[in-house]
Design a protein around this ligand. Structure first.
Ligand code: 1PR
Length: 564
């Protein structure tokens, strides 16, 4: 009999990666669209991303709630992922009007953002806190292949607070993670039920092992001697909780022959510097540093915590549904099991047949093709300008708002392309100027960071702090902070810029532009509060691997994901 698993088709989100992960471990997916079919299933996975109320109402509307409870009560294997875990509890602060399935006692609470960014995005532990079997004096065993030394990919703002012994007393086995000062439920199991707050399909080889263990039904098997010694919640904190994320970025565009290539600019100029005898006014050829899918796979294998694709020219003449980036994502997500972000051209567009395709529809195509997050550049600046012209009121129709409402804030990144504008004194500008340790060409001691659109070609009368604050208010979940002055220079990140933006927002920030060696990653993590750091050119040119960067950080005591 072929090995199959049933997935509930009830809500939007990136389920392609889950299907790919399941196939990778040797199982076939059968979609359940009719609730009546649930009774025929032998194994069920309930995926879920985004908003608690949205997902639970989606289940209810599709008629799944009752049949799902019956299925779970039938003792056949059931696994919930992310909101699929959350839905098993009684409710969530995220939507107090919508009830959960109430199978596990407890309510989800929002993380406290007083001293840490929310959402909680990144790689964290799922270490067994205390087993219900331990309470009964039985021998310790592993929980669905979870290893205390492994890291798993989380992305959420709400979590079940962990209170030692409470759930265990009711027979639940719990694996916890710690974010800041808060311990929360990372995974939970009892009998036929297993659920993870993290995304195993996005957690590299460690996550694939968890999916395989569930599908093979090896919950309580001894998965290896190292698992027998389960970690305690204290050990978990000792391992540092959330890791520092190292992200590889691929700027993709068509070269002059029409092939899609990974390219890399110097301060956003991606053409080769040609000598005077051969140069044209437009510069040389577009730099070709490799094929997008191949490079993404190489970085995944080297330990990249995420991969970001930026479609830097948006392929204007192509029908939206045929955008080459969709195919790149589909192919990448077959073999790359870490989060994928896609940027470039996420906005309302007019298709070649004259029809308008909304930013939400464009994003949906990308999510269905394997993207976990979309990154919005130029359109975010326009939206912020409108936000301020309305007196800081939300319009409700921007790409950031519509996509975050449908897919959750964590799915929306805003990519900022700022450039330094030097001034002698703060009085010389109405924008927010800072004193800089790196004076301008005429000795100017201050600068402000001007937001740009269209890949830096057009500057706007808005500073980076204003843009960051506006996009956070609109529902963006993370900022990708580039810096045109630093891009491609190999001279390190712009620490002053990163500190400014971190002071402005509560959402996570990814530092980008200027990485030239592993020491620059150490520097940005030590001298700023950045949540992640991104490199491009140094990886593409083969000067350093992602693994070398992570080893360098680990050797100096920073917590990074070293398991694959
Ligand atoms: O405006 O929503 O269509 O998005 C366009 C996207 O394309 C934006 O995210 C914008 O940053 C990006 N983009 C546009 N033009 C360029 C260009 O280079 N000519 N690339 C471009 C931006 C910046 C980083 C780069 C880091 C690290 N590239 O992604 O990878 O600076 O580089 P380094 O480590 O080598 O220094 P929209």
């Amino acid at each position: 009999m072929s090995k199959t698993v049933h997935l509930l088709d009830y809500v939007a989100g990136n389920v392609r990666s889950l299907v790919n992960a399941i196939e990778k471990v040797g199982y076939q997916v059968i979609w359940i669209r009719d609730p009546a079919d649930l009774s025929k299933a032998e194994r069920v996975i309930l995926p879920g991303v985004g908003h608690f109320g949205h997902c639970l109402q989606g289940l209810q509307t599709a008629g799944f709630t009752g049949p799902l409870k019956e299925y779970i009560a039938s003792s056949k294997p059931f696994m919930g992922i992310c909101v699929g875990l959350q839905g098993l509890f009684e409710g969530s602060e995220e939507d107090l009007h919508t009830s959960g399935l109430g199978i596990i006692p407890g309510t989800l609470k929002r993380f406290n953002d007083a001293a840490k960014p929310v959402p909680h995005i990144g790689w964290n532990s799922a270490a067994t806190a205390i087993r219900s079997t331990q309470l009964q004096g039985q021998q310790e065993q592993s929980l669905y292949g979870l290893l205390p030394e492994n890291k798993y990919y989380y992305v959420h703002s709400y979590a079940v607070p962990y209170v030692k012994g409470e759930l265990e007393a009711q027979g639940w086995d719990v694996a916890t993670a710690r974010y800041g000062e808060e311990d929360f439920v990372g995974a939970i199991a009892k009998g036929n039920i297993f659920a993870t707050q993290f995304h195993p399909e996005k957690s590299g080889e460690a996550g694939l092992a968890v999916i395989k263990a569930f599908l093979d039904g090896t919950n309580l098997a001894d998965a290896g001697s190292s698992t027998v010694a389960a970690a305690t919640a204290t050990d978990n904190a000792g391992r540092g909780g959330l890791t520092r994320r190292v992200i590889a970025c691929l700027d993709v565009r068509a070269n002059d022959d029409g092939d899609l290539v990974v390219t890399k600019g110097d301060q956003y100029d991606v053409r080769e510097r040609s000598d005077s005898s051969t140069s044209t006014s437009a510069g040389g050829q577009v730099r070709n540093l490799g094929k997008p899918v191949d490079l993404a796979r190489r970085y995944y294998e080297s330990g990249a915590d995420e991969i970001t694709f930026l479609n830097i020219t948006s392929f204007r003449n192509c029908p939206v549904a045929d955008t080459p980036m969709l195919e790149i994502l589909r192919r990448t997500s077959e073999s790359v099991f870490v989060p994928l972000t896609i940027g470039g051209g996420i906005r309302d567009v007019v298709d070649v047949d004259g029809k308008t395709v909304s930013a939400l529809e464009v994003a949906t195509m990308y999510f269905k093709s394997g993207a976990d997050k979309v990154s919005i550049g130029s359109d975010a600046v326009t939206a912020a300008e409108e936000y301020y012209s309305r007196g800081k009121r939300l319009g409700g129709t921007t790409a950031i708002e519509t996509i975050s409402k449908a897919y959750g804030n964590q799915a929306v990144v805003v990519s900022i392309d700022p450039r330094r504008v030097y001034v002698s004194t703060p009085k010389d500008t109405e924008r927010h100027a800072i004193k800089t340790a790196f004076p301008g060409p005429n000795g100017e001691e201050y600068c402000w960071y001007q937001c740009t659109v269209k890949g830096g070609r057009e500057g706007r009368d808005m500073d980076v702090q204003e843009l960051a604050a506006a996009v956070e208010a609109m529902g963006c979940g993370e900022i990708l902070l580039n810096c045109i002055d630093k891009d491609g220079t190999n001279s390190g990140f712009d620490l002053e810029l990163i500190n400014e933006v971190k002071r402005t927002v509560k959402i996570p920030v990814i530092a980008s532009s200027g990485a030239g060696n592993p020491g620059h990653f150490l520097e940005v993590f030590e001298k700023t509060a950045t949540d992640a750091a991104l490199g491009a050119g140094m990886f593409h040119r083969g000067e350093y691997t992602v693994a070398q960067v992570k080893d360098y950080l680990a050797e100096r005591g920073l917590v990074v994901r070293t398991s694959r």
